[in-house]
Design a protein around this ligand. Sequence first.
Ligand SMILES: [Zn+2]
Length: 146
Amino acid sequence: MASRCSFCTKPEDQVETLVAGAGVFICNECVELSALVIAEKKTRGPAPRVPFWDQMEDQAILDHLPRVEAVRDQVDDDLRAWVAEARRRGLSWDRVGGALGMKRQSAWERFSWTAGGLPGFLRIAGTGAARIRESRAPMGETRLVA
Ligand SMILES: [Zn+2]
């Protein structure tokens, strides 16, 4: 599965830059749009809050569901990749579980099948996500602590 922007869901090959965060990504276009929204808010002040869903048609709600699910799948894949890396480094299931606020047994049950390297994990670690992590490191956008 190719990495994709968690905001607009465009895949990495359709955007100029994809910046990685903790299980999520944002593309250059969404960063630029966010900067515009923030700049506009500073000049106009906060917009009146309107319930977001009340303005949406039913089909728009249904169309949005697979986008949210795609982002969730990407976050799950990223978490499995990080756990697999922790295990590759020899970190115990007790420490992995502790970091995630769960018991060793629960961590093992949830993630042990990824430590062997599923095709999905290998794709994430070997291509897109790994390359993006390398490219963002010199820019200092996200500090990763092992
Ligand atoms: Zn985007």
